[in-house]
Design a protein around this ligand. Structure first.
Ligand SMILES: NC(=O)c1ccc[n+]([C@@H]2O[C@H](COP(=O)([O-])OP(=O)(O)OC[C@H]3O[C@@H](n4cnc5c(N)ncnc54)[C@H](O)[C@@H]3O)[C@@H](O)[C@H]2O)c1
Length: 424
């Protein structure tokens, strides 16, 4: 075996579904094979600590992993993340519920550790500003996971746009529907006051923002209640978000993103995902289920095994060469981040670290500094839904107008409520 002195120690805050699907296979693969990159050679990557509330899932994972993972330390409440940060970690991945990212992310950056944050990064530009300032002060990477940018279909879309084969987007719609088991089971504990838009529309907000560029100019949103929570409550079953963008030539495009987490559990796929983008000279139609396989097995599908499976995101396979593997773009995106950290720390002499850091911070697909319009859309959507639940439906948030960066207009009220003052 090749001797290796370069090592990165990783920590996790939150050990739920997404840990099982993407972080676990990444860390197990890295333990078995290391991470090799010509810029820094072979690097060991270990999962050295997990912070969670009770530690139950971390211990269950330790048992299930049967030695396929480093002997990590499990930190539990109170202050599980604080304890993790006092241990010897180089980077920390935060995968807590959507509205609990900021506190953990701030602690990670304050401790001078590289940060990988699950989507949606944070829920307001005020929080994003604080994280950006800290990352700059501490000289570390602060990145967010948007694995849909690594989906081969989305990479092809972006390539065609980049190469000007598809010219000038005009409109688009995207839909992502999650099963009821998400709202009624897995997230039941933290779903109060939440909405599926922040949880999953954000994938498409980023896809649109990253693929087509442009300036976000306004946000509107509505939604439905009554299944996950009371009809007049603050918890949403489904949401319909509309974003308007303006491009350099002064032309506009509108995007509608519909999401739900109350789709029947016997639905044939994990989640229903469909997009359509219309251009001056073309049209792009994508459907996550229809691109692939349909498989039915008595007693298994559709509950224990899905009829249409996404083998591109995160599939488990027996490779032709005999190994068992779990691979896909959901895992690739995490490996990519670790390579970026490896490059910063080991990709050359110490005195050029800041140059390498700046190079990695300039990657707009995942750097927090490039997440501003996405967070603006999320913050606007959250504010509009909050007003709606309080009895004032159909608000609109304008972006970067003289009143402020995010100015919310309420029907019947002349003055805007500014929810973010600086420019977005
Ligand atoms: N990239 C993706 O496609 C994708 C998919 C699913 C979820 N996510 C994101 O990942 C995050 C987690 O989602 P999930 O599906 O794993 O949720 P989950 O409910 O399965 O797991 C959340 C975990 O966080 C822990 N936790 C909660 N509060 C905590 C705190 N204050 N400190 C430490 N740990 C805490 C819980 O105990 C649990 O282990 C969410 O932000 C979600 O949007 C991303």
């Amino acid at each position: 075996m090749t001797e290796c002195t370069q090592k990165l120690r990783g920590g996790m805050v939150g050990v739920g579904m997404i840990f099982d699907e993407t972080y676990r296979p990444f860390f197990e693969h890295a333990r078995a094979h290391g991470v090799y990159d010509r810029r820094f050679g072979l690097m060991e990557v270990e999962l050295s600590g997990i912070a969670s509330r009770t530690g139950k899932r971390a211990e269950a994972y330790r048992t299930a992993a049967q030695g396929a993972i480093h002997d990590f330390t499990s930190f539990v409440e109170p202050d599980s993340a604080g304890q993790l940060l006092q241990s010897d970690v180089d980077f920390v991945c935060v995968a807590t519920p959507d509205n609990r990212h900021f506190e953990a992310a701030q602690a990670v950056l304050n401790a001078g550790k590289h940060l990988l944050l699950e989507k949606p990064s944070v829920l307001s530009l005020q929080e994003l500003d604080a994280l950006q300032t800290l990352a700059a002060e501490k000289g570390v990477l602060a990145k967010v996971v948007y694995h849909k940018l690594f989906d081969p279909d989305h990479k092809k879309l972006r390539t065609l746009v980049h190469d000007n084969v598809l010219q000038h987007v005009n409109t688009g719609y995207c839909t992502l529907l999650e099963p009821k088991s998400i709202s009624g089971g897995q997230f039941a504990e933290w779903i109060q006051g939440r909405n599926p838009g922040t949880y999953v529309a954000v994938h498409y907000i980023k896809l649109i923002d990253f693929t087509f560029g442009g300036k976000l100019t306004s946000v509107t949103c509505t939604g439905q209640r009554g299944l996950v929570g009371p009809t007049d409550g603050t918890t949403w079953d489904s949401t319909q978000l509309r974003l308007i963008y303006e491009y350099e030539d002064g032309r506009e495009a509108a995007f509608d993103i519909h999401t739900s987490w109350v789709t029947p559990d016997n639905f044939p796929g994990y989640v229903e995902q469909e997009v359509q983008f219309r251009f001056d000279n073309g049209i792009w139609n994508g459907h996550s289920r229809r691109r692939g396989v349909e498989c039915t097995v008595e007693q298994l599908t559709p509950h224990d095994m899905k009829i249409s499976m996404n083998n591109h995101y995160n599939g488990s396979f027996i490779e032709p060469h005999g190994d068992r593997s779990q691979r896909g773009y959901g895992i690739e995106v995490i490996e990519r981040f670790v390579r970026e950290v490896g490059y910063v720390e080991y990709g050359g002499p110490g005195d050029s670290r800041s140059q390498r850091l700046a190079e990695m911070q300039a990657l707009t697909y995942n750097d927090l500094s490039a997440d501003r319009q996405v967070v603006a859309a999320v913050q606007a959507m959250e504010a509009i839904l909050e007003k709606h639940a309080a009895g004032q439906a159909n608000c609109i948030v304008n972006v970067n107008e003289p009143n402020g960066g995010l100015a919310m207009y309420i029907p019947g009220q002349a003055e805007a409520e500014v929810i973010y003052h600086p420019a977005v």
